[in-house]
Design a protein around this ligand. Structure first.
Ligand SMILES: Cc1ncc(COP(=O)(O)O)c(C=O)c1O
Length: 475
């Protein structure tokens, strides 16, 4: 693969340009077209939104596809194979996040699905009113809106430090108890999708449990990057998404305490969730089946289990060191550029995963993101990251730019981003941009996009052909 000619050494911490990905992912080095007709290897720095599939996940799915058949009620041999694969995937996923023996592992679509499901299971208060849920304003909408819709939710404004935030949480929980309206649940992020920062889980759990509340952790940004255990932390429920954990085949999970889930209204009404149906009533299953009506996503479950197995086997120290080094380089490199500001929530955060959100003075976030894509082949996210209350409170109403890294990120991609932002600030963009339908785009963008639902007209994917993969692309 051709080296990127315009990658100079960036200012800031330890250069990371020679760091290879810790785990192989599919699509790494896919050629990306630039506005001027050149091609460069795509730098995927948007893994916090959706991570590319691990090679091991792709391999497992390919091997499983010929075995795929109906699940649970089929007597045929492949139905039995598929059922075994599905149920053992469930066990693997639960084990990966340290499920306790009595916990349930529900296979859902993603974190949003998991948290909506749990919101429907929060027990009502003694007087029959909806159960109370405490949530911080730092949350992704997936960990905010389900509580606001289905429960009696209180949204607490986060404070400038972890210590002050925890103090405010404790005070609000205690106030609920004192008023005879105790909270049933505290819903918190495992790692912020805006800053990557975490709260100390042990303190969060202690605060909730001391007040008689349970804890649900939104693990969407945590689980792909840190080993987490329900049993070890005492967290009651964990929600996460396969597509952020290198298994983009449509399965996520809700894992946690059984009683609420068995007593809650079935999330979906339909086949598979019932023991018997009469015209005048239904006898619902308990256990996972209660909430998993409809035909299960076998391949999604198998893919997520393969990701869990791969992440469980990886050297966690090496993975963490890799992601930390890339993040540190991003932060230092970006902050060394005039007019660049990195968004922070809590200076005393005990840990931070590989997410860095920033603004560039004088440049709209959408313009920066369009420039990075069109002139450098770099994919980042811009906007308000489904965290409108937080971005508004922090003063980033117009949004920001987010770069994120993971096990499949190479150091060269990080160096390229920092150099590209430095070049933007120093020299401005080379292409012409305009806002069309609210989005920044290149004027007369010549880059090919797929024609219809096929791949015709798209670039060849990177493969053993190396540079040839670039050369075979039509201009
Ligand atoms: C912290 C966090 N929670 C929840 C979600 C929602 O995840 P999903 O879209 O997979 O449901 C996201 C997605 O970006 C996230 O970052």
């Amino acid at each position: 693969m051709t080296a990127i000619a315009e990658t100079p050494t960036c200012p800031g911490a330890e250069p990371v340009g020679d760091r290879a990905p810790v785990l192989p992912v599919l699509g790494h080095d896919t050629p990306a077209p630039l506005f001027d007709g050149r091609r460069v290897p795509y730098a995927n720095l948007d893994v916090a939104a959706s991570a590319p599939a691990l090679q091991a996940v792709g391999d497992r799915v390919t091997r499983t596809l010929p075995l795929y058949a109906s699940v649970h009620r089929g007597a045929g041999y492949l139905s039995q194979v598929s059922t075994t694969l599905y149920e053992s995937a469930r066990a693997t996923i639960g084990e990966f996040v340290g499920a306790r023996p009595d916990d349930l592992t529900l296979l859902v679509r993603h974190t949003t699905d998991a948290l909506n499901l749990l919101a429907g299971c929060v027990p009502a208060a003694a007087d029959g009113t909806p159960g109370r849920v405490l949530v911080l304003d730092v949350e992704h909408h997936a960990n905010l809106l389900p509580w606001q819709r289905a429960t009696d939710a209180t949204v607490l404004t986060g404070r400038g430090t972890v210590a002050a935030t925890l103090e405010a949480v404790r005070a609000e929980l205690a106030a609920g108890t004192a008023a005879g309206r105790g909270y049933a649940l505290l819903a918190v992020t495992g790692a912020s999708n805006v800053t990557g920062e975490t709260l100390p889980v042990a303190d969060v759990v202690a605060a909730a449990h001391d007040a008689g509340a349970r804890v649900v952790l939104d693990g969407a940004q945590l689980v792909p990057h840190r080993r987490f255990s329900l049993a070890a932390t005492g967290v009651d429920y964990l929600a996460f998404s396969g597509h952020k954990a290198y298994a983009p085949f449509g399965t996520g999970a809700l894992v946690g305490r059984r009683d609420w889930l068995d007593a809650g209204t079935p999330y979906l009404a339909g086949g598979g969730a019932v023991r018997s149906v009469r015209v005048d009533g239904t006898d619902w299953h308990d256990g996972p089946a209660r909430h998993e009506a409809g035909s299960p996503n076998v391949l999604g479950a198998v893919a997520l289990a393969a990701a869990c197995e791969t992440l469980a086997a990886v050297d966690t120290v090496a993975l963490r060191e890799h992601e930390d080094a890339l993040r540190a380089r991003l932060v230092d490199g970006l902050e060394a550029i005039d007019g660049v500001e990195v968004v922070r929530l809590w200076p005393d955060a005990p840990d931070t995963v590989g997410v860095v959100t920033f603004t560039v003075s004088g440049w709209e976030p959408g313009h920066v993101a369009a420039y990075l894509s069109a002139e450098h082949g770099i994919g980042v996210r811009d906007g308000r990251f489904c965290a409108h209350p937080l971005l508004t409170r922090l003063g980033y109403r117009a949004g920001a730019v987010r770069a994120s890294v993971g096990a499949g990120t190479a150091g060269e991609e990080v160096e390229r981003l920092v150099a590209a932002v430095a070049a933007l600030v120093a020299d401005g963009p080379r292409a012409d941009y305009a806002v069309v339908d609210g989005l920044w785009v290149v004027v007369d963008d010549p880059r090919p996009v797929p024609e219809g639902s096929g791949l015709d007209g798209l670039l060849a994917t990177a493969g053993p052909g190396g540079d040839e993969a670039f050369a075979c692309v039509p201009d």
